[in-house]
Design a protein. Structure first.
Ligand SMILES: Cc1cc2nc3c(=O)[nH]c(=O)nc-3n(C[C@H](O)[C@H](O)[C@H](O)COP(=O)(O)OP(=O)(O)OC[C@H]3O[C@@H](n4cnc5c(N)ncnc54)[C@H](O)[C@@H]3O)c2cc1C
Length: 428
């Protein structure tokens, strides 16, 4: 429904899920919305996220859902109160996209794809009047005095046709984090924000892989192979032990995969605190320690220990290679030591992979600098949303859910800001 601030112009900068949601919210309030993105088309990371199956949100109850945001739970909860996982699924349905809950509880569109959803959404936004300006890279604020309103809203863009300054009544930034910069979010906004004294927590890799000092043999023979099932035991910086089961992937440089991603924030913080971290791999998570000891110590006749392990415990291939990689040869002659290692194989992780390779980014604009509507308090009329804010979450749909929700909250905030300004103007 058009509001009293009909003629106000709002710039949304960044056309990922957060920016598009902000644009949709603003156009719905009768404002003029111009969306700028540095890339030739919007939603590139969103499309990439949909490559292996578009996991848009999760079906678990709200309390465990919110726990995925860790220390930022209190900041994300009010956003999800406004637009949580159920609202997101209903909104998708309105877009003509049905969803289903997978066996893991994750929620996907029925066709698993991101592209049809993005197409339908962009069509709806264009029809509603959102104007898209591609290949417009925001490069800061114009400092020269002009007639474009307060300095906070004179936005500078670099385009193929040269540099432009665009006046705007309010701005929503949704510029993303620093992962996969070739898809557009290259974190070039960080120095632009810090130059305006906006506090930005350093960007760090989240949902990322970690380096392991593999031997050339292991790297050449096993890189690219999954280890499954496997469980990881990890002690976090607060000395709390975490155990989780799943699948990891050996890479040329170390390890990655869903189980590593799920623990990546804790692993990263331990490495930051101690320089490295040793996790324990349980190669047979379905079996008790006693059972493993019993099987390993069972008489094996003339069989080699390797074929004994394969026959009794199903340990062969990459799991056996990991035992050989990490244990000294003499450990294979000591059944008790070997059994212990099978249940808790120490693996030393030395470094997180660079943020450019990570699925998402930790760090960003500090929530303390924002009001409840995600406006930067010291820059009235400037709002922020999505992954550029200082929060992180594991994969599982939690990232996109919070991006959509924050885009909507920032969009509503900008509309309310302009409304209030207009009311003030009318009453003076
Ligand atoms: C491989 C991969 C798989 C993923 N899988 C999942 C998943 O299954 N589930 C899930 O929830 N999440 C997943 N994610 C994460 C999810 O895609 C992101 O969290 C989400 O896209 C972030 O949305 P955003 O709108 O904040 O930023 P982005 O989607 O990064 O969009 C930011 C936009 O801003 C533009 N931009 C940046 N700087 C400028 C500038 N200076 N001027 C103009 N424009 C600019 C960029 O071009 C980009 O279009 C995945 C990510 C990756 C890389």
């Amino acid at each position: 429904m058009p509001s009293s601030s009909d003629s106000a112009r709002v710039a949304v900068i960044g056309g990922g899920p957060a920016g598009l949601m902000a644009a949709e919210t603003l156009i719905g309030r009768g404002l003029q919305v111009d969306l700028y993105d540095s890339m030739p088309s919007v939603g590139r990371k969103f499309l990439m996220a949909g490559k292996g199956g578009m996991n848009i949100t999760h079906s678990e109850p709200l309390d465990p859902f919110l726990s995925r945001y860790g220390a930022r739970r209190v900041r994300i909860a009010p956003l999800l109160d406004v637009f949580g996982p159920d609202a997101l699924r209903a909104w998708l349905q309105g877009l003509g996209i049905e969803t289903f809950v997978g066996s893991s509880g994750r929620v996907f569109p029925t066709d698993m794809k991101a592209a049809p959803m993005l197409r339908a959404w962009l069509h709806r936004l264009r029809e509603a009047g959102v104007r898209f300006h591609m290949r417009h890279k925001w490069t800061g604020w114009a400092t020269d005095p002009g007639d474009g309103g307060p300095a906070a809203h004179r936005l500078r863009f670099t385009t193929p046709d040269g540099d432009h300054t665009v006046p705007s009544d309010a701005v929503v930034f949704a510029l993303g984090g620093a992962s996969w910069p070739r898809l557009g979010s290259d974190a070039a906004w960080v120095p632009l924000m810090t130059a305006r004294d906006v506090p930005v927590t350093p960007l760090r890799p989240a949902n990322c892989g970690f380096d392991v000092d593999w031997s050339p043999y292991l790297r050449e023979r096993f890189a690219g192979q999954p280890v499954k099932p496997v469980a990881i035991s990890l002690t976090d910086v607060d000395n709390k032990v975490h155990n989780r089961q799943g699948e990891i992937l050996l890479t040329e440089t170390g390890v990655e995969g869903n189980l590593i991603y799920a623990l990546s924030a804790m692993i990263r913080e331990r490495i930051a605190a101690d320089g490295e971290v040793t996790i324990a791999l349980d190669l047979v998570p379905g079996l008790t320690q006693e059972r493993v000891v019993a099987e390993v110590t069972r008489p094996r006749g003339s069989r080699s220990m390797s074929s004994h392990l394969h026959g009794r415990l199903g340990i062969g291939g990459i799991k056996l290679a990991l035992l050989h990689e990490i244990l000294p040869q003499e450990a294979f002659a000591d059944a008790h030591r070997l059994a212990q290692a099978i249940k808790a194989l120490p693996l030393r992780l030395t470094r997180a992979r660079p943020v450019a390779e990570a699925i998402s980014t930790a760090g960003g604009i500090a929530f303390d600098a924002l009001d409840a509507h995600l406006m930067i308090e010291q820059l009235p009329g400037v709002f922020c949303a999505g992954e550029m804010l200082d929060w992180e979450a594991p994969t599982g749909g939690y990232l996109l859910t919070a991006c959509f929700a924050s885009g909507l909250v920032a969009g509503r905030g900008a509309a309310a800001f302009l409304d209030a300004r207009k009311r003030r103007g009318a009453s003076t």
